[in-house]
Design a protein around this ligand. Structure first.
Ligand SMILES: [Zn+2]
Length: 178
């Protein structure tokens, strides 16, 4: 059985972005993760050992993840951006030739299938562009950073994306069950 680490981006205090109704990115991602964890633990179909934890500093999160030595580490975010014409989920990876790239593409494919919304595809992480993305760079094994839809937009449908995010993550984890 493969070990997978799944954590929410940011922390309780530095919670990332905020939805129009006040929902915080960290809280939203955390609630999705706790439901996914419960479902995976009670599922025979999704055969992975899912580990999740909460830490405020990214460096501590990375150190803890490397200690747990998972097959794959996933950090879950919800996006925000000024330009409201930009839409869709995306996933980041560090090395083009690493399995992480393939898994990031797979996650996007699954999210697109589940939501029916075109994703922004998987992309090579760019440190110059996003300083926070040490997640992809410093995890020793495979790692991806997921940015599901744009939480900050007025048209963001919270309930729908709550469901899509759980559903996509379960299907993704099932696809790497061993
Ligand atoms: Zn974020």
């Amino acid at each position: 059985m493969r070990n997978i680490v799944l954590v929410a981006g940011h922390s309780r205090k530095k919670y990332g972005c905020k939805a129009k109704d006040g929902t915080r990115e960290f809280d939203f991602a955390s609630s999705i993760i706790s439901i996914v964890e419960g479902l995976v633990n009670n599922s025979k179909a999704v055969n992975v050992n899912l580990q999740t934890f909460e830490m405020s500093k990214l460096a501590d999160k990375i150190e803890m993840t490397n200690k747990l030595n998972p097959y794959l580490a996933i950090e879950l975010h919800f996006n925000s951006f000024k330009d409201r014409n930009v839409k869709g989920s995306e996933a980041f990876y560090w090395e083009e030739k690493d399995l992480s790239a393939l898994l990031a593409h797979r996650y996007c494919d699954i999210f697109q299938k589940v939501s029916g919304v075109k994703t922004r595809r998987a992309k090579k992480d760019n440190e110059g562009q996003y300083k926070r993305l040490a997640w992809c760079r410093d995890i020793r094994n495979h790692s991806i950073l997921v940015e599901n839809e744009f939480l900050s937009y007025k048209h963001f449908n919270k309930e729908l994306y709550f469901y899509y995010s759980i559903s996509a993550m379960l299907r993704f984890l099932k696809s790497i069950s061993w």
